[in-house]
Design a protein around this ligand. Structure first.
Ligand code: XMP
Length: 509
């Protein structure tokens, strides 16, 4: 992808959004740490730079600093929030603390006509979140816009094509944010070089060149990411790819058969490994969520290794790693780097000597879904809710047994069935049932019952890092609860989880 727009990350929670917006506007965009050496930036021949926001003050002792030489590269540059302040700081302006932190919606008044604000009104709603602001313009800059408490809310040096905005154009709450970003791309003369179909061709070519003559294996879970990754590799190298589906015994009801059925039609070489008994053996008596995760991760690797040996060895392993995983596990500055570490279900043992192919590592989830659709993968797979690697084991609190898994599978299937019947499945990002080892008293017919509790969880989210509970109509919840208690032996009470993330997580363990 030639001449990308590089987003230099100073630790903002919105950095990924910036990259997404730029791609949505048709230009390839990549995120790099703020400390990326100038030589590397230059070698990528970027069309433009965007400096992200960040939680620090430019005067802070541990503040992430841009290498001043970056601003001498002659590249069109847009500084956002902290990025604007860093620009001012390095080019001879002054950054000062705001009297109070400005957070949320603010009215912005645009001073005169400027191409950065073309197609936007003189007064417009923007979204801000900052403690510092630019107090004095650097030489060569002029002010473009102001808010009540931030007189220098946007600036420009037209000669050098360096711009700054104190607000966040990348968030939806900024009414004309996309227009402003588009204007910046036009000022930068960034080409429209990004479309999924051209990227698909590029990926296939790259995989062919790299691994065309090698033996490649892929773990296939039936989830969106691994399916798209494997399908893409299959399209590139055909029979040299062997997919491995591990039935851990901890999957949703009928999931293993459904996944196998789908892929059989799909002409992929696919091996099913029934490892359920081994998983239950390793989980026997284990109650701690962390120990469960570790043991499951370790066994997954053991199974994989065994399968690779059975095939007489393999050179490459396909993984469905996505861009957010790459960014979140890379040592980029900022808190966003540590949140999701537990989601990488174990690494691979060194002695496997497998090289990794991660064809989706530059894509966001919605891009993966669109790519999957282009590859002809049906909506039943593309639209599936995510399912965690450790499976139902992290949804059965306390020890995990085959009997408990069966109970939970039934309850979960009923909940999903009712959501589908009500036309709600696609609106909800993730929904599932959880089994609690908590018994309570009930009455069925003339008999007293003393059984376990099932919790239903359904969330709405765009990135799974924050989430709200889904506002499911009471009638739908009522129907699901009634069916679960009536049809699933072992559950006599159903509750609905109404916590957001944070402070709760989506999964219960
Ligand atoms: P939490 O519970 O952290 O989950 O709010 C966020 C999202 O990640 C999924 N998740 C996992 N996915 N392996 C995975 O592949 C894991 O170990 C794992 N743990 C959580 C979870 O289902 C939700 O979509």
């Amino acid at each position: 992808m030639d001449h990308p727009v590089l987003v230099l990350d100073f630790g903002s929670q919105f950095t990924q959004l910036i990259a997404r917006r730029v791609r949505e506007l048709g230009t390839f965009s990549q995120i790099l740490p703020f400390s990326t050496p100038v030589s590397k930036i230059k070698a990528l021949e970027p069309a433009a730079l965007i400096l992200s926001g960040g939680p620090q003050s430019v005067y802070g002792r541990s503040a992430p600093r841009l290498r001043p030489a970056v601003l001498d590269l002659g590249l069109p540059t847009l500084g956002i929030c902290y990025g604007m302040q860093m620009t001012a700081h390095l080019l001879g302006g002054r950054v000062i603390p705001s009297a109070s932190r400005e957070y949320g919606h603010t009215m912005l008044a645009v001073g005169g006509r400027h191409p950065l604000f073309e197609g936007t009104p003189r007064r417009q709603k923007v979204w801000m979140s900052h403690g510092d602001k630019v107090g004095k313009l650097p030489p060569g800059f002029k002010a473009l816009a102001a808010s009540a408490s931030t007189p220098l809310a946007a600036f420009a040096d037209d000669r050098r094509r360096i711009y700054g905005v104190q607000f966040h154009p990348e968030v939806h709450h900024t009414d004309y944010g996309t227009t402003i970003l588009k204007n910046f791309l036009r000022l930068a003369r960034a080409g429209e070089n990004w479309s999924l179909s051209s990227y698909r061709e590029h990926l296939i070519e790259e995989i062919r060149l790299r691994a065309g003559k090698s033996r490649v294996i892929a773990g296939l879970s039936g989830g969106v990411d691994s399916t798209v990754a494997a399908t893409l590799v299959a399209e590139a190298i055909g029979k040299n790819l062997t997919c491995i589906f591990v039935d851990t015994g901890l999957l949703r009801k009928n999931e293993a058969d459904e996944v196998m059925g789908f892929f059989r039609k799909y002409h992929l070489t696919l091996r099913r490994v029934n490892a359920g008994p081994e998983y239950f053996e390793r989980l026997r008596g284990v109650r701690s969520p962390d120990v469960k995760r570790k043991r499951i991760g370790k066994l997954f690797i053991d199974v994989f290794e065994r399968e690779a040996r059975r095939l007489g060895g393999a050179d490459y392993l396909v993984q469905g790693t996505l861009y957010p995983d790459v960014i979140e596990s890379a040592p980029v500055y900022g808190p966003s780097s540590t949140i999701k570490l537990h989601h990488n279900v174990g690494g691979l043992p060194k002695r496997m000597k497998l090289k990794i192919i991660e064809p989706l590592r530059e894509l966001f989830k919605d891009e993966v879904r669109r790519l999957g659709t282009e590859l002809g993968i049906p909506h039943t797979i593309i639209g599936r809710h995510p399912f965690p690697g450790p499976g139902l084991a992290v949804r059965i609190l306390g020890d995990v047994t085959p009997a408990k898994v069966r109970v939970l599978q039934e309850a979960d299937a009923i909940f999903l069935e009712e959501l589908r019947a009500a036309g709600l499945y696609d609106e909800i990002s993730q929904a599932f049932a959880v089994l609690l080892p908590v018994k309570s008293v009930g009455v069925m017919g003339d008999e007293k019952t003393y059984e376990n509790t099932c919790v239903l969880r359904a969330v709405v989210t765009t990135d799974f890092m924050t989430a709200d509970f889904a506002r499911i109509p009471h009638e739908v919840l009522g129907r699901a609860a009634a069916r679960i208690v009536n049809e699933v032996k072992g559950i006599n009470r159903v509750a609905y989880d109404v916590t957001t993330k944070p402070p709760a997580t989506i999964e219960w363990e």
